[in-house]
Write a protein that binds this ligand. Structure first.
Ligand code: MG
Length: 374
């Protein structure tokens, strides 16, 4: 199975409700979709969202990174040479982790199809059913309480509460949600870098003193503030999870060396794809650190890949935050992983199991990405 071309398209899916964090507000998933064509007629699918305020990647940068740097060297490569392909993707240019992730996902989809097995089985196997939490956007307290009650009623057993706006209101937000759903759902806080280290400690101690159990607090301080992350970790009982501070394997090593976090949030779009995400999980595993598998606002192409990876590393990836597809108004993907509210199940189809993606708008590609045949 030889790669003969790479195509790109835009995918737009409105969200059920706007997604609001301390960093941004988003109303629809608008992602770049990658299709890698082969001489056998098999197609591999990948996807990347633009998350400029997190990864620095925009639609324009993702598209250009793929069409001018990542895709041309892949044309003519054998899918069986997965290591050679991932090395080519990773060394094609600096940074641009979302573009690299999208292409790696598509190639791993093909690699699974080549071997006639679901990707997770080739990566290590595991129980093909996982349970995700759901994000509660940062809003007025009454809205967050109503959204939390609705999520628990829909069967979600873990809520990821977006905070990090105004510390006094954040404390009230969590207290009100705990009063409404406490005992029926695990509560996770994600401050998205919105607090200082001292604010984080005072907020978390206030919640701990109020007897509110938290499963974890995610990225309380700025991404580069590793000292601040450690400061918080040392002073609160609540486990501290690194997200924006934990981009790839090197950052995970550094966080562990400095004992700055208890949990690592792995995302394909930060890691630059499956090869580095596996390294992150394996480094964490070696040090007895648990991981969460997370995603950006993505549809069920790239989130499917994250599910396969989480299943294959379930000994280390003990928490799942893959709610992107359940926030979308419809699923554009035919086949593949089944997202049913909190329950996510992987069918036995080979690769990612994706048969088609509806509503794609093609993006023009240069000659170098089309190979000899296309
Ligand atoms: Mg986060």
């Amino acid at each position: 199975m030889k790669i003969v071309g790479v195509r790109l398209a835009m995918l737009r899916v409105p969200l059920k409700t706007p997604f609001k964090t301390a960093l941004r507000t988003v109303e629809s998933v608008e992602d770049v979709v990658v299709m890698v064509d082969t001489d056998t007629g098999h197609v591999g699918f990948g996807e990347a969202p633009a998350t400029a305020v997190i990864t620095g990647d925009t639609h324009g940068s993702i598209i250009d990174a793929i069409r001018y740097y990542i895709a041309p060297p892949l044309v003519g490569m054998e899918v069986a040479d997965l290591q050679r392909i991932t090395r080519s993707v990773q060394s094609a240019l600096e940074k641009n982790t979302s573009a690299k992730a999208a292409v790696e996902i598509a190639v791993h989809d093909l690699w699974g199809q080549l071997h006639g097995a679901p990707l997770y089985k080739l990566l290590g196997g595991g129980d093909p059913v996982v349970t995700t939490d759901i994000t509660i956007s940062v809003n007025a307290i009454e809205t967050m309480v109503a959204d939390s009650i609705s999520a628990v009623d829909r069967g979600f057993g873990a809520l990821k509460l977006k905070v990090g706006k105004d510390i006094a209101v954040d404390i009230e937000r969590v207290k009100a949600i705990h009063a409404a759903v406490g005992g029926r759902a695990l509560l996770r806080l994600d401050a998205n870098q919105g607090w200082t280290a001292k604010q984080a400690v005072s907020a978390l101690l206030a919640l701990e003193d109020a007897g509110i159990p938290l499963d974890l607090v995610e990225q309380p301080v700025k991404a580069r503030d590793i000292a601040g992350l450690r400061y918080v970790s040392e002073r609160v009982q609540t486990p501290v999870m690194a997200d924006e501070s934990a981009y790839g394997p090197l950052e995970v090593l550094e966080l562990i060396r400095r004992q700055a976090a208890d949990i690592i949030n792995i995302k394909l779009m930060k890691a630059g794809g499956i090869s580095n995400a596996l390294r992150m999980a394996d480094i964490a595993s070696l040090h007895g650190i648990e991981c969460m598998m997370g995603c950006m606002l993505e549809s069920s192409i790239s989130v499917a890949a994250a599910v396969h990876l989480a299943v294959a590393r379930s000994d280390t990836i003990t928490r799942i935050d893959l709610d992107g597809p359940s926030l979308c108004t419809f699923n554009p993907v035919v086949g593949g992983v089944v997202f049913d509210e909190s329950r996510i199940s992987v069918p036995d189809d080979s690769g990612l199991g994706i048969r088609d993606v509806r509503g794609l708008e093609a993006i023009t590609m240069p000659e170098a990405c089309r190979g000899a045949g296309g």
